[in-house]
Design a protein around this ligand. Structure first.
Ligand code: UT7
Length: 322
């Protein structure tokens, strides 16, 4: 049986940092409120001339180096992003050119904060079916471009960044299962309601911003993430105690803590990076994974549970042996 296995990870955060104290000068908020309600201390923002593809490229180069892979080895590129550089080519095609890869499949996936888990699920299926042997899977975002910097209910939450993995065919597990879900009927709770085909004028006037009913999203996220953890363990006939590391989407420390409680997991086994970069949407899980792999917390053979919830609503999980 062929599994897909992570052989390299990478992450990149842009240099510019916006702290909670910086935000105090921009909107009616405080470091105390942001820290207590979200766990976020700072976020990284792109400069005017940086794009999502720039961030993705840096993250992927790190992952390729760790995996010992060259451009010729790659036969699939998937970029999960809500903030692509251009209408087309896809960010994955732009990235393919930067990496010097020719002829591989390359496409974007848009599932907002669940994007990386969706991309991992799709890449896993390519590898299991023999359609690919070495995939680049990236979550990359420049969310600062769709944040209303005068809206204190959202601007304190989001940041820019990218995380990536190299996923390779292997006889050893690997990804055990992925579980992807969506329910579009919740559109109004979390949305940027304009785009190319609907409200292009708002996009051009730079008025296409993230709109969120935070409290309702919060409750849905906590309940849904608890359910998907159970679904994932049941599917694999595993117990909560079998999971070594929880690597959650980094949106809010209180959502992360609630999911850990449901798993009866000590926070010592939960990878938390939300304080460093806020909610980077599709980038948050691979950024957290990369940090815990590189600092030696996550060891080969350990069992990892990845889970995310976001706009759509979309939600998903991946259970794997690292
Ligand atoms: O990535 C996946 C999708 N996103 C999420 O998972 C985010 C989910 N939601 C959240 O993380 C939380 O709901 C927030 C952090 C957005 C808000 O926290 P909350 O505890 O749900 O606060 P709230 O919205 O119920 O607001 C409480 C109070 C309100 O004042 P009143 O009405 O009680 O007087 C807000 O106006 O806090 C006020 N408030 C703020 N105060 C200071 C809202 N934003 C701020 C702010 N600074 N930045």
């Amino acid at each position: 049986m062929t599994y897909s296995r992570i052989t390299g990870t990478g992450g990149y955060l842009p240099e510019k940092v916006l702290s909670n104290h910086d935000l105090e000068k921009m909107v009616d908020t405080s470091d105390e409120w942001i820290t207590e309600r979200t766990g976020i201390k700072k976020r990284h923002l792109v400069s005017d001339d940086q794009t999502t593809c720039d961030l993705a490229e840096q993250a992927v180069l790190g992952a390729m180096e760790m995996a010992g892979k060259a451009a010729d080895d790659i036969d699939l590129i998937i970029v999960a992003t809500t903030t692509p550089d251009q209408i087309f080519p896809s960010t994955a095609c732009l990235l393919q050119k930067r990496l010097g890869v020719h002829g591989s499949a390359a496409f974007d996936i848009q599932a907002v904060c669940t994007g990386f888990v969706y991309a991992l699920g799709v890449a896993d299926k390519f590898i299991r079916t023999g359609a690919a042997r070495c995939a680049v899977v990236v979550g990359a975002e420049t969310l600062s471009r769709i944040v209303d910097w005068t809206d204190r209910t959202t601007c304190i939450l989001f940041g820019d960044g990218a995380g990536a993995v190299i996923l390779e065919a292997s006889d050893e597990p690997g990804i055990l299962s992925t579980h992807l879900h969506a329910d579009g009927s919740y559109e109004s709770l979390l949305t940027v309601p304009y785009g190319i085909s609907n409200g292009l004028d708002k996009v051009l006037e730079k008025e296409a911003f993230i709109n969120m009913k935070g409290n309702e999203v919060f409750k849905m996220a906590v309940n849904t993430l608890g359910r998907i953890v159970d679904e994932t363990l049941e599917h694999n006939q595993m117990e909560k105690t079998d999971v070594d590391w929880l690597i959650p989407h980094q949106a809010n420390i209180r959502i992360i803590q609630a999911t850990a409680r449901k798993l009866k997991m000590s926070m010592d086994h939960v990878v938390v990076t939300v304080h460093e970069h806020g909610n980077t949407s599709a980038a948050s899980i691979p950024l957290a994974l990369n940090e815990a792999v590189r600092d030696g917390r996550i060891q080969r053979g350990e069992t990892l549970m990845l889970e995310a919830f976001g706009g759509g609503f979309t939600w998903g999980s991946a259970l794997m042996k690292y």
